[in-house]
Design a protein around this ligand. Structure first.
Ligand code: MN
Length: 324
């Protein structure tokens, strides 16, 4: 390393640290410990994007590392996908070809990178939103490897998380495309945490005033509501323990966009929305699901028409659970 400026040295440190965090996260998973190929993909992508910066001024490679980290930590995919995520912009943004990737990393990773490059290529361009339905179908059929779509969603999630660096028109265009294509795809694939985050980020960029207003209102009531959730979970936990069923109980706030949609759809204000928080109970068997429902309904009177049995009648994506 000769004659690096302090800024370049700091950048290198930041890059290496981000990559090592990714490796540690990967090693903490149950996947095979294929550190060598992941390191090779990182080194390759790092030199391929060398000197290129994102609009934020960050070295470009920070983006593929962040996408790989989403793929690893938030979607739970393994080394092949992590490598493809690290390499996902190399063919599009540098002189390397899919053949180069195949020669170095083999056909599987190369195919995924090829799929990712084809989706992001200008074939759909700005008209993608207008044809969202067709585009969704196309995405699903053109990728015989579902990992292409999952990595593409991770790519979009990181772009949405860093959308603040772009001009307003671009923010709106990307957010529209995300709400029309990527959030529904994430929903269909069952990655709900990502779907919720995408929707809230889109909400923030597409309706900034309403978003800020809702966040402010929610904050004011947050403490009271958190206490309600904690109490509910505690009572539920006690009764489930008595029944002898082993269960995992979690609570989560409803995400902003779904509250907003509900307020708009039903023309209500925040005080009229009842399911701002949800408590989730996970058990091992279907009979246990109904047993827990019985416990819940004996503790709190169910609201008429608000009960849904998605076990007997699964959602089209095969989602199964009981809602009350
Ligand atoms: Mn990208």
């Amino acid at each position: 390393m000769d004659n690096l400026t302090p800024k370049e040295i700091a950048d290198e440190e930041m890059i290496n640290q981000a990559f090592h965090e990714l490796l540690n996260d990967y090693l903490a998973t149950k996947h095979r410990k294929r550190v060598e190929i992941i390191t090779k993909a990182f080194n390759f992508a790092n030199q391929a994007h060398k000197g290129i910066k994102r609009r934020s001024g960050e070295p470009y490679i920070m983006h593929p590392i962040a996408v790989a980290s989403i793929v690893c930590n938030e979607i739970g995919l393994g080394s092949t996908s992590i490598c493809a995520a690290l390499l996902h912009d190399v063919v599009e943004d540098t002189d390397y070809t899919v053949e180069d990737i195949e020669n170095i990393f083999g056909p599987k990773i190369a195919q995924i990178v090829d799929g990712l490059t084809k989706i992001s290529g200008g074939i759909f361009g700005d008209r993608a939103s207008a044809q969202a339905e067709n585009f969704k179908k196309l995405l699903l059929t053109m990728s015989n490897d579902i990992r292409v779509i999952l990595i593409k969603i991770a790519d979009r999630l990181h772009n949405m998380r860093t959308l603040g660096i772009f001009r307003r028109e671009k923010q709106i265009r990307i957010a529209r495309e995300t709400i029309e294509i990527y959030a529904p795809l994430a929903h269909r694939l069952g990655i709900y945490n990502i779907k919720w985050e995408l929707e809230d980020l889109c909400f923030h960029y597409l309706h900034p005033e309403e978003y800020a207003d809702l966040v402010r209102q929610m904050k004011q009531k947050r403490k009271a509501r958190e206490e309600i959730v904690d109490d509910t979970m505690r009572v539920l936990h006690e009764h489930i323990e008595e029944s002898g069923i082993k269960a995992t109980i979690t609570g989560r706030p409803k995400h902003f966009y779904s509250i907003y949609k509900k307020m708009k759809r039903d023309n209500k204000d925040l005080s009229q929305i009842y399911d701002l928080y949800a408590v989730r109970v996970i058990v091992d068997t279907i009979p246990q699901c109904y047993a827990i429902l019985g416990i819940a309904h004996s503790l709190w009177r169910p609201l008429p028409n608000r009960f849904k049995d998605y076990i007997a009648v699964p959602k089209p994506n095969m989602y199964q659970s009981l809602h009350t």
